[in-house]
Design a protein around this ligand. Structure first.
Ligand code: VG1
Ligand code: CO
Length: 544
């Protein structure tokens, strides 16, 4: 094998965000852009000679081209073996499992997740470490530093791998094994959940619809929901991955899954609706006449996890990202287990999971997962919901209501302002941050008394690292919160995320309209931050 060392020059914009590096496809198509980034990742790691690297992506446009490059660069850098999903496909949680199951050194996950795909859409690359989870900031910071000075990359002169062909091939001195993307993952799910009980649920006439959004979970959902669990044929819709996601936006929220939401609100609709995103790590859960807010879903799954065989001994603790509602905190309190608040992004859960301090993690952005892998996992959440429904013999709405009657309800919403002018957004956040010291102790309206106002700093209790400037939080004495942060996954301009939360006690009113229930906080956040006024937007782009 002849290793070629090819000269290159740095790009100034290869800074990984919340979840890897995401850019427009046209940016990735620049000569050496992919090569520089992958070489910068390898340059930031050590000890991988002869080791195994997992590669797979969500099948979006440019997935296959980037994978062929990645394989050649891995061979030239001395990896011993690459495991790659057939046709280059692996959902993000499945990639995490393949890394763990095969004791691989790490993995490259090729995805821009919920961002649109196609030649005019987005593409992304993320590096995962040997625990199967996203690289921690220590590594992503090193990668960024390396991208600024990189002057060459290594590759081999070898033909493309036949990605469709299951089995072993050679690239230079390196073995490439093309694996079925579903088998191992489906087997893992079977160890966690009561498949016979869920099968019996479907056999009794329970109906569901699962929208794979033309993205990666189609093959997984077909095999597991329809294949192993006996959901009626046709339960999985948009189940064939397509490079441009059927020209859709693979973000499972109430805007892009509006049709499914509407269907679930009708008497003829199915009993249960779910969806996942581009790379299969997010989940949307809708019961008959009941949308489950992701923050509530996290709390509910944690409270009921013991009903699934994989968690029957109970859970060690719960972690949630800072903007996620405190609904899960009440469950942790009742169970007498650890509760952790981390910055946004799954990479911050890895240490807590590895240390065995938490079992279930979640984010308000429709991500939930457990210690079975080190990523959030869309289908896992759907299966745990199905397991709970089967075990409790109750519908989603009833389960949610009983939860609120026990723990109280955290009314919660997120308002996104997408593709805002980056300098306006940056100034807005800076100005709000400057107001924080003066806010402490102030009272707004009749009862909104500020308990604390800060820019969230996380101290990782496992490795002692610190992550500052993780989002502005204004907490009130009654448990209400206003949170504001800038997205780290957008690729055009800036996206402002405003998160609002209000607690209503167990014996309180649980049937208010969410936006109305949060109206005083929405109005106050406008007074303090002036998003509408400064951006000229009348409405958020997306309300969840
Ligand atoms: C968003 C979500 C965050 C999630 C991240 C990656 O990040 O808010 O909770 O972890 O996307 O999810 P941001 O920085 O845009 O708010 V995925 O499914 O796009 O990998
Ligand atoms: Co995703």
């Amino acid at each position: 094998m002849t290793v070629q060392t090819i000269k290159t020059t740095p790009f100034g914009d290869q800074k990984p965000g919340t979840s890897g590096l995401r850019k427009r496809v046209t940016v990735w198509q620049q000569p050496n852009y992919v090569e520089n980034y992958i070489q910068a990742i390898f340059d930031s790691l050590e000890g991988f000679e002869g080791q195994t690297l997992v590669i797979g992506g969500d099948g979006r446009f440019y997935n296959d081209a980037a994978i062929q490059k990645a394989i050649r660069i891995a061979a030239a850098n001395g990896f011993g073996k690459v495991l790659v999903g057939q046709n280059g496909l692996l959902s993000t949680p499945a990639a995490s499992h393949v890394i763990r199951h095969n004791k691989a050194y790490g993995g490259l996950v090729l995805s821009a997740s919920h961002n649109p795909g196609g030649p005019d859409g987005d593409f992304g690359i993320k590096y995962n470490i040997s625990n199967g989870g996203p690289a921690p900031e220590k590594i992503t910071d090193a990668v960024f530093e390396r991208t600024k000075v990189i002057d060459s990359y290594k590759s081999v002169d070898a033909p493309d791998i036949a990605l469709g062909q299951i089995g072993t091939q050679q690239v230079g001195g390196m073995v490439v094994e093309v694996i079925d993307p579903v088998t191992d993952y489906a087997a893992l799910m079977e160890t966690l959940f009561d498949f016979p009980a869920i099968r019996a649920l479907f056999a009794s006439g329970f109906t569901m619809t699962f929208d794979a959004m033309h993205a990666i979970t189609g093959p997984y959902a077909h095999a597991i929901l329809e294949g192993k669990l006996g959901a009626a044929k046709g339960s999985v819709v948009n189940g064939t991955p397509s490079p441009d996601f059927g020209k859709g936006h693979p973000d499972p929220n109430l805007v892009y899954c509006k049709d499914m939401f509407d269907l679930l609100m009708t008497p003829e609709g199915p009993d249960f609706g779910a969806a996942s995103d581009g790379d299969g790590d997010r989940n949307l859960i809708i019961g008959k006449n009941r949308f489950v807010t992701p923050s509530d879903s996290l709390a509910l799954l944690a409270a009921n996890a013991h009903l699934a065989p994989g968690y029957k001994a109970g859970i060690a603790g719960i972690a949630r990202s800072m903007p996620t509602s405190a609904a899960a905190d009440r469950v942790a309190e009742k169970l007498g287990i650890e509760m952790h608040e981390t910055p946004t992004g799954w990479k911050f859960f890895g240490n807590l999971l590895d240390a065995g301090r938490v079992t279930i993690c979640g984010e308000e952005s429709a991500g939930t997962g457990s210690n079975h892998v080190r990523e959030k996992d869309g289908l896992w959440a759907v299966l745990l919901w199905l397991n709970i429904i089967a075990a409790r013999k109750q519908g989603v709405d009833q389960i949610v209501r009983e939860h609120w009657a026990t723990y109280g309800r955290n009314y919660y919403t997120r308002h996104d302002y997408e593709e805002v002018d980056a300098s306006i957004a940056g100034k807005l956040v800076d100005d709000l941050r400057a107001q924080l010291p003066a806010l402490a102790g102030k009272t707004f309206g009749e009862d909104l008394q500020v308990a604390y106002a800060d820019d969230f700093t996380y101290h990782d209790p496992v490795d002692g690292s610190t992550s500052a400037k993780q989002g502005i939080r204004i907490g009130f004495t009654d448990g209400s919160r206003i949170v504001l942060r800038l997205s780290g996954t957008g690729t055009v301009g800036a996206t402002l995320r405003l998160y609002l939360e209000r607690y209503e006690a167990a014996d309180g009113r649980h049937d208010l309209d969410t936006q109305l229930a949060l109206e005083p906080l929405i109005a106050l956040s406008e007074t303090l931050a002036g998003i509408k006024q400064r951006t000229g937007r009348e409405q958020p782009s997306v309300i969840t």
